[in-house]
Design a binder for this molecule. Structure first.
Ligand SMILES: [Fe+2]
Length: 368
């Protein structure tokens, strides 16, 4: 049996602009499980391990599987069964969503089921944690600028050195510009959107057969599109979740998780109260060799790029043939090249370069 501490942590930006934890409560309502840096060294160290264990499981099943893999698959199914192959939105989205159903089918056999090694090694059960989080899932979680603002993470002056936010906002802007140019090319006014029956069927399918199929709750997703802006927002969400957001949450797993104490997938003993931790208790709380090996193996496998990986901005299938739209695709590529240089320049001054949103490391779709 693995213990999942329902942790609460308070963070603080210190005078060196570092985002650091200053208090962790391991059991809600139990003040004796509140730990701080000023307490016993092992109490604080072990409390951070419990917190990191919770973050790891939440990351894997919610931020990775639910918010990127499952979202991309939902749009993929609707895209393939509602659009004809010459529809511009089909041409825009196809390359970004086409691989998610296949990898998700594998995931639902190998990783997600109750008895799988990956599921048993993480202390949050995948199906139940996804089901629980899905109750409060909303489209705002996928709209990155809105999500960052909602969480109070959007202001660089209050939270400096948050490189994911800074790079994600830049990539989001480039994707949105690309989508805007394509949409404006094919839809001359909002009435064109309203009168596009394939597009309307696609949105209805996503909302009712995808997002709300089980309980009728559409979770903020529209079931029809009435303006070009709504279409631009939706397509930007699909492409970003299927590319940049997935890259950000997927490819750092080996680097972050290979040293088990840095982010244990599970903890063995119940959370400790103040004064209870020492070296022996810490070692007995961490997962054993077999569980640790499984966790590291999955982190390694999930962090690997395919040998024939295609990256964001490249165009593997020449679906668009109009010169104006090909120019739009080339402009998008140039925007990404510019961002690549900007991020690399920033990284030169960092002790730990942030590389997960370098455009040449963002696969064009979700395949792992
Ligand atoms: Fe993934």
């Amino acid at each position: 049996m693995f213990v999942c501490a329902d942790c609460i942590a308070i963070f603080y930006v210190n005078s060196s602009d570092q985002f650091v934890p200053i208090a962790i409560q391991l059991v809600p309502g139990d003040e004796e499980t509140v730990h701080t840096p000023s307490g016993n060294e092992y109490d604080w160290l072990l409390a951070r391990m419990y917190f990191r264990a919770s973050v790891r499981s939440t990351h894997e099943w919610i931020h990775h599987y639910l918010y990127t893999h499952a979202v991309s698959e939902t749009f993929a199914i609707a895209t393939f069964r509602n659009f004809s192959r010459n529809h511009p939105i089909y041409k825009l989205l196809r390359q970004h969503v086409r691989t998610a159903p296949a990898i998700n089918t594998d995931a639902r056999v190998l990783l997600v089921p109750h008895g799988s090694l990956a599921n048993m090694s993480n202390h949050l059960n995948a199906p139940s944690s996804v089901r629980k989080r899905y109750k409060t899932f909303n489209i705002h979680h996928l709209d990155i600028p809105a999500s960052l603002k909602m969480k109070g993470l959007d202001d660089p002056s209050l939270l400096p050195n948050f490189h994911y936010r800074d790079d994600a906002m830049e990539i989001w802007g480039a994707v949105r510009k690309y989508v805007t140019d394509v949409v404006m090319h094919y839809y001359t006014c909002d009435a064109d959107v309203v009168g596009d029956h394939e597009l309307q069927s696609w949105m209805y399918d996503v909302a009712h057969e995808g997002i709300g199929w089980q309980d009728g709750n559409l979770r903020g997703f529209p079931d029809k599109l009435t303006t070009r802006d709504e279409l631009i927002r939706m397509a930007t969400i699909v492409i970003f979740a299927s590319t940049a957001q997935h890259a950000a949450v997927n490819f750092g797993q080996m680097e972050t998780y290979r040293f088990i104490p840095n982010a244990p997938g599970s903890m063995i003993l119940p959370p400790h109260k103040r004064g209870e931790a020492d070296h022996k208790r810490m070692m007995e709380s961490l997962p054993g060799v077999v569980t640790s090996s499984i966790l590291i193996s999955f982190s390694y496998a999930l962090s690997e790029y395919a040998k024939d990986e295609v990256f964001l901005g490249d165009v593997p299938d020449r679906l668009f043939t109009e010169p104006d739209v090909i120019s739009i695709q080339q402009a998008f590529k140039q925007d990404l090249v510019r961002l690549q240089a900007k991020f690399e320049k920033r990284n030169e001054s960092l002790r730990y370069p942030y590389t997960y949103l370098l455009p040449n490391k963002i696969p064009i779709s979700i395949a792992i």
